[in-house]
Design a protein around this ligand. Structure first.
Ligand SMILES: [Zn+2]
Length: 422
């Protein structure tokens, strides 16, 4: 190109930029009719309304006069509502179809990861569904996934993998290694080394083959970190791709993490680092952050762990909102895949209750009563997921859609897709 045509191109670009300014984000992002440049979706696994109440009670130190004024960061978001969670084949979903619904806008069967409802769990593949993360990658945005569970666990998996069986974590890890997701943080090293190898934490590999995926990630230019101190040393300005896996299986519960010698990063620290890396992309980013072990604490019926992991998740929400507050170009959505455990915050003792006590207990009772339409049976040994609606909160451009009464989990996908202009 000669000097004259080069300066003509330069002037033309200036004119295009000047022309796009009045239209805001939309025309900045070449062809995308976007409301938001970035979307951060935070999912509290197993976090229903009672889990939020419990977290507030804990934050208030179980002090009623404190409780009157205590708030979670997610309580302060601009919009809020509630979401139905049923799957294609059950009133009670598990994380696989619930996360699939949010990632793709489609209902599927329990146990199925981002394939449609023609999939027969553990038997036959269905049709692959395109996820919001894949749309973001195709549009040139950066993407990130953070969880406190194994990164191959159902909730994060539904954003990048397509399998008929959520337990096929070797295959899910394979698919992650081909996904181009720029920032990957969580647990689950056991599915990234061969079956006869030990992973970087010294534990046995759990893959069904001999492949070492860590080598694959390294050859794709990822920075690899396996502990908190290496993670803290990562310079976001100099890092384009990051794989941080800190445990062989799930990351620790917050109660254990915060008291352990060599601390893994917290969910909030991982969120902060991820936004610093991903926001270098001028086209924007999509980031999913999962507080994955609120659910496990629910299965265990462990009140303390539910409360503390929910509060740790809320700290990650604070990081996301802090990031979003810097420019008004980020949609932040907070929700859950389902409630877990049927958490009941009932008084410990009826007599003491009548005198004014509030000690909550975690129980689904032991009563069995029959009714004309439904039997009320609460004798199950293990607490599990429930069919109740879950909370949703949102702030930023595109958040208004969240306040229209009950949403279905598939609409979370639509809201994010519309915000990003896909
Ligand atoms: Zn669960």
């Amino acid at each position: 190109m000669n000097t004259r045509s080069r300066s003509a191109v330069f002037l033309l670009s200036l004119a295009i930029i000047a022309f796009s300014i009045p239209f805001g984000i939309a025309d900045d992002l070449a062809g995308r009719n976007a409301l938001a440049k970035n979307v951060i979706l935070l999912i509290g696994d197993g976090m229903g309304f009672p889990q939020l109440t419990l977290a507030r009670i804990d934050k208030a130190g179980e002090n009623l006069s404190e409780y009157a004024s205590v708030e979670l960061f997610m309580d302060r978001m601009e919009q809020s509502g509630y979401v139905s969670t049923f799957s294609a084949n059950s009133f009670v979903t598990d994380s696989a179809p619930a996360s699939t619904a949010m990632a793709t806008g489609h209902k599927t069967n329990n146990g199925v990861i981002s394939q449609d409802e023609t999939a027969i769990p553990k038997e036959m593949d269905g049709k692959n569904l395109t996820t919001i993360l894949e749309m973001a990658e195709n549009a040139g945005l950066s993407t990130g996934l953070i969880t406190t569970t194994r990164i191959t666990h159902a909730t994060p998996a539904a954003f990048y993998a397509h399998v008929d069986n959520r337990d096929n974590e070797s295959e899910i890890a394979d698919q992650l290694s081909k996904s181009n997701v720029e920032v990957i943080l969580g647990g689950g090293l056991q599915y990234f080394v061969g079956k006869n190898e030990t992973d970087p934490t010294g534990k046995e590999g759990k893959r069904n083959d001999d492949r070492n995926l860590l080598a694959d990630f390294e050859s794709q230019g990822y920075a690899l970190v396996y502990n908190g101190s290496a993670f803290q040393k990562i310079d976001a300005n100099k890092t384009e791709k990051l794989l941080g896996l800190f445990e062989s299986s799930h990351m620790q519960y917050e109660l254990e993490r915060s008291s352990s010698q060599e601390m893994d990063p917290s969910l909030a620290e991982m969120t902060k680092k991820a936004t610093a890396i991903l926001s270098k992309n001028a086209r924007g980013f999509f980031l999913m952050v999962e507080g994955g072990r609120i659910d496990h604490a629910g299965h265990e019926r462990n009140l303390s762990k539910i409360a503390v992991d929910t509060l740790a998740f809320d700290e990650a929400v604070r990081e996301a909102l802090d990031f979003a507050s810097k420019n008004n170009d980020t949609l932040v959505v907070v929700t859950a895949d389902h409630e877990c455990g049927g958490l009941v915050l009932q008084p410990m003792d009826l007599e003491v209750y009548e005198e004014g006590s509030i000690d909550p207990i975690f129980a689904s009772g032991t009563a069995r009563t029959s009714g004309p339409r439904y039997d009320f049976i609460t004798e199950m040994d293990e607490a599990t997921h429930t069919a109740v609606d879950v909370p949703v909160m949102a702030s930023g451009p595109g958040a208004e859609k969240v306040s229209h009464g009950k949403l279905d989990n598939t609409q979370i996908f639509e809201i994010m897709k519309e915000a990003l202009g896909f």
